[in-house]
Write a protein that binds this ligand. Structure first.
Ligand code: SF4
Length: 294
């Protein structure tokens, strides 16, 4: 008896499988708000670091150095990287408790069904004994950004706010290790542990270090729903303005739910609306973009 040939449908990998196997960055989700097609092209081609981005990074580092001694270490494995994230989160929270301020705090967790990691620029306690998340953005020109740019940064801050709130509720430790695809008994490399051990490392084991970090999040003061972004001019660091805003739960959930199908490959990336076509004038992918509004 002859059998008819089988047909094998090859499903292309989703952006999550192709580019973010170990999870998304907070900035992936905020870039997606600006233009999903631009995000998709930058994932495929790589993101070019502009001089503005480089100067922004240097400014963040200078601000961090104002309150913390920065030590260079070299993680070699994924276990080393996570040990470092947990240690940095714990150390920042100890500093927050002692000095009322800390900078560059790693946060992580599930948003929808996506695993997301990020680093908060600054957290400071206020007179109401609440913690205020803030960020400093540098501007090439001495002017404030457009509303669309402000909304993108506000979303970035709301993502940090949500991740911190979840960490303060002590997520299941085993679920965290499941999400980062590491066995709970994983060891960091001895040479890396030796580098960190010079700096009050509570535990060399990543799973135990996670417990220290989660305890510190759970003991921290509650978050203020209000957040702020300081915009300063790159040239002389003069303050151009402060954007204060509150966590907008409806808008946040709506964006998150709209974002998921793209990451799971359930739809093609969307371009900007006709109303936002002005963004294309500043886009490095404009000449090759298949969905640019005409
Ligand atoms: S050209 Fe416009 S629609 Fe296309 S990726 Fe750039 S911003 Fe998005």
């Amino acid at each position: 008896m002859s059998s008819s040939p089988s047909i094998l449908a090859v499903v292309p990998p989703s952006p999550l499988q192709q580019f973010r196997r170990y999870g998304l960055r907070v900035t992936d989700l905020s870039d997606q708000l600006w233009c999903e097609q631009r995000l998709a092209l930058s994932l495929a081609r790589g993101k070019q670091e502009t001089s503005e981005m480089k100067q922004g990074k240097e400014r963040h580092q200078a601000l961090h150095e104002e309150i913390t001694e920065i030590v260079r270490v070299r993680p070699e494995t994924r276990a080393d990287i996570w040990l470092l994230h947990f240690f940095n989160a714990w150390a920042a929270l100890v500093q927050l408790q002692q000095q009322g301020i800390c900078r560059e705090i790693p946060v992580f967790g599930n948003l929808g069904d996506l695993w997301v990691v990020g680093v908060i620029d600054q957290v400071q306690s206020n007179e109401d004994h609440r913690l205020v998340l803030s960020d400093t953005k540098t501007r090439k020109k001495p002017s404030l950004p457009t509303l669309a740019q402000k909304r993108t940064t506000q979303l970035q801050m709301m993502l940090y706010h949500r991740l911190w709130s979840q960490l303060a509720q002590k997520p299941d430790h085993y679920a965290v290790f499941d999400a980062i695809s590491l066995p709970v008994d994983v060891e960091a490399s001895p040479s890396f542990v030796a580098q960190l051990s010079e700096h009050t490392l509570p535990s060399p084991k990543p799973f135990e270090m996670l417990q220290y970090a989660l305890d510190a999040f759970a003991q921290a003061l509650p978050l203020d729903p209000q957040m702020c972004i300081s915009y300063e001019w790159q040239q002389d660091h003069s303050l151009l303005g402060i954007d204060s805003f509150s966590f907008d739960a409806d808008w946040f959930e709506k964006h998150l739910q709209n974002s998921l199908p793209f990451w799971h490959g359930e739809r093609s990336p969307l371009g900007v609306s006709h109303q936002d076509a002005w963004k294309c004038r500043f886009c490095e992918f404009a000449p090759e973009c298949p969905v640019r509004p005409r």
